[in-house]
Design a protein around this ligand. Structure first.
Ligand code: IPE
Ligand code: IPE
Ligand code: MG
Length: 248
C-alpha cells in the first residue's frame, strides 16, 4: 500500500456534531481535539512524513467571541498535554498562518512547542492556524514585491519555485491527499497553491466521528487513484513516481 507522503485534513463538522446532540458547539470542538490526538498518533505510527491539519481559518476570526476564545483555550491545552507525546513519537511541530493575529500567550506557546520539538526526526505535524490561502499568497506577493523594489531580485527571476519559497509552507512538499470531513465539498481557502495536483477525498463523517477506520478508507481510496500530473498514463508508468508520493 502506498502512503501519501503528505496528508492534509480539513477537520470540519464539530459544531454540527454537538448540535445534533443538543450540546453547545464548544463541546464538539472538545471532542474534535480528542480525535486529533488519535489521528496524529496513528499517522505517525503508519509512517506518514507530513501531516497538515486545518485547525482555524482566517475567516474563523469572525465567529462569536466565546467560540473563538474557547478554541484558543483548547489549542493551549492541546499543546500543553501533547508535548510529551510529540517528543515520544519524534513529532516535529510546525505552524502556518498569520500567527501575528493570535493572542500573544498562544503565539508564545506555539513558538515554545516548535522550539522544543525542533530536532525531532519523525513526522512533521503542521497546524494551520489563523490560516487563509489568499492571505498567505498575498503576504508572499508583498515580500516578493518588496524584494524587487529594493533591487534584491528582478521581475524575470520570479519563478514557481520562488513563489513556493515565500509561502508559509516553504520546505514542505505539496499534499498528496486532502481529506475533508462533514460532507462539504469545498476547499474553504485552504492551501490553494499547494493543492494544485492533490487527490481530494470527501467523507460524510463529522470530524468528532472520524476514526481510524475512516482514515484507512481514505488511504485505501488514495491507492486506487491514478495520478497523472498532466501527463499520459503510459508516461507515468515509466516514471513510477507514485511510489515516491508523486511530484513535489
Ligand atoms: C470545524 O468544525 C472546526 C473549525 C472550523 C474551527 P466547525 O466548527 O466548522 O463545525 P460545523 O461545520 O459548524 O459543523
Ligand atoms: C474550514 O471550515 C476551516 C477549518 C476546518 C478550520 P469552515 O467550517 O470554517 O468552512 P466553511 O465555512 O464551511 O466553508
Ligand atoms: Mg464548518
Amino acid at each position: 500500500m502506498y502512503l501519501p507522503r503528505h496528508l492534509a485534513i480539513i477537520m470540519d463538522g464539530n459544531g454540527r456534531w454537538a448540535r445534533q446532540r443538543g450540546l453547545p458547539r464548544i463541546l464538539g470542538h472538545q471532542q474534535g481535539v480528542d480525535v486529533v490526538r488519535g489521528i496524529v498518533e496513528e499517522c505517525s505510527k503508519l509512517g506518514i512524513s507530513w501531516l497538515t491539519l486545518y485547525a482555524f481559518s482566517s475567516e474563523n476570526w469572525g465567529r462569536p467571541e466565546e467560540e473563538v476564545e474557547a478554541l484558543m483555550g483548547l489549542l493551549v491545552n492541546y499543546l500543553r498535554n501533547e508535548l510529551d507525546t510529540m517528543l515520544k513519537h519524534g513529532i516535529r511541530l510546525n505552524v502556518i498562518g498569520d500567527i501575528g493575529r493570535m493572542p500573544l500567550a498562544v503565539a508564545k506557546m506555539l513558538q515554545e512547542s516548535m522550539e522544543r520539538t525542533r530536532e525531532q526526526k519523525g513526522m512533521v505535524l503542521t497546524l494551520a492556524l489563523s490560516y487563509g490561502a489568499r492571505d498567505e499568497i498575498t503576504r508572499a506577493v508583498r515580500k516578493i514585491a518588496a524584494a524587487a523594489a529594493s533591487g534584491e531580485i528582478t521581475a524575470d527571476r520570479v519563478s514557481e519555485q520562488m513563489v513556493g519559497d515565500y509561502l508559509d509552507t516553504a520546505g514542505l512538499p505539496d499534499p498528496d491527499l486532502l481529506i475533508r470531513t462533514s460532507g462539504e465539498m469545498r476547499i474553504s481557502n485552504f492551501l490553494l497553491w499547494q493543492l494544485a495536483y492533490t487527490e481530494l477525498y470527501f467523507t460524510e463523517a463529522l470530524w468528532p466521528d472520524f476514526k481510524s477506520d475512516h482514515l484507512r478508507q481514505a488511504l485505501h481510496e488514495y491507492n486506487r487513484r491514478e495520478r497523472r500530473f498532466g501527463l499520459t498514463g503510459e508516461q507515468m508508468k515509466k516514471e513510477g513516481s507514485k511510489e515516491e508520493g508523486g511530484r513535489h
